[in-house]
Design a protein around this ligand. Structure first.
Ligand code: SF4
Ligand code: SF4
Length: 67
């Protein structure tokens, strides 16, 4: 099953992955990370296609895709 992992401490909460995931499987957490940003969280393990668009658009290389 494809899935992603997001390194919450690298994330700057820009929201690119949230906007570009074609399945709408990523959201911003209401909690803060160590840098004071709302980190992205993956919420759709069963629907992820492993397309890797989220990882490609992340400017902070915070997302790893597993296929
Ligand atoms: S790999 Fe594709 S489907 Fe899965 S979370 Fe990233 S953008 Fe969404
Ligand atoms: S694109 Fe990267 S830095 Fe931006 S919210 Fe998503 S994981 Fe965080």
């Amino acid at each position: 099953m494809p899935r992603i992992e997001i390194d919450a401490q690298r994330c700057k909460g820009c929201g690119f992955c949230v906007k570009f995931c074609p399945k709408n499987l990523i959201h911003l957490n209401s909690d803060f990370n160590n840098k004071g940003y709302h980190p992205a969280v993956f919420t759709g393990e069963e629907k992820c296609t492993g397309c890797a668009i989220c990882a490609l658009v992340c400017p902070d290389i915070a997302i790893t895709v597993y296929k």
